[in-house]
Design a protein around this ligand. Structure first.
Ligand code: NI
Length: 173
């Protein structure tokens, strides 16, 4: 059996829902689904995957930038950005829910994020560079926001049309 879990593709409406906070009663669900989310993310391959992308309207995500090609899995539960740098950076982003589509997005270069682990313990992380971009992108997913919401309507329409066409072709239609 495939241990991974299917990733929803834009414009699936589940990608636009606002997720609710993870409660203690959700932890069993998380323990079951987290390994499958990591498996799906590594198989894609991708560096981040948020719960709404696998149809779960809960505030958590998985991230792994694979530094030096080594696994460094990070699970953020109920993540919140508590501070952001004034410095902005432009970085090309993609998303496993919009396969093969990329666009430049401007975001704060550094952030401080507060989150919980599976045991409910709180953590604080200062991130910059690619990790900061990735965390902001994943937290956006928890609010139903996609990277294409950060680009011009013209670019967004172009990208969405191209994705639809590629998806049609992939289905052999
Ligand atoms: Ni994404």
């Amino acid at each position: 059996m495939d241990p991974s879990i299917p990733i929803l593709i834009y414009p699936d409406p589940a990608l636009r829902a606002r997720a609710r906070s993870v409660a203690t009663a959700d932890r069993a669900t998380l323990r079951e689904v987290l390994p499958r989310m990591f498996a799906a993310m590594y198989a894609a391959p991708g560096i981040g995957l948020a719960a709404p992308q696998v149809g779960l309207a809960l505030r958590f995500c998985v991230i792994d930038l694979m530094p030096d090609d080594q696994k460094a899995p990070l699970t953020l539960i109920n993540p919140q950005i508590v501070a952001a740098s004034a410095d902005l950076v432009t970085r090309e982003e993609g998303c496993l829910s919009l396969p093969n589509q990329y666009a430049d997005v401007i975001r704060p270069d550094g952030i401080r994020v507060q989150y919980q682990d599976l045991d409910g313990k709180s953590h604080r992380l200062d991130a910059e560079g690619l990790l900061a971009t990735c965390i902001q992108h994943e937290i956006d997913h928890l609010d139903g926001v996609l990277f294409i919401d950060h680009i011009s309507a013209l670019k967004r329409n172009m990208l969405v049309r191209r994705l639809a066409k590629e998806q049609r072709q992939a289905r052999g239609a």
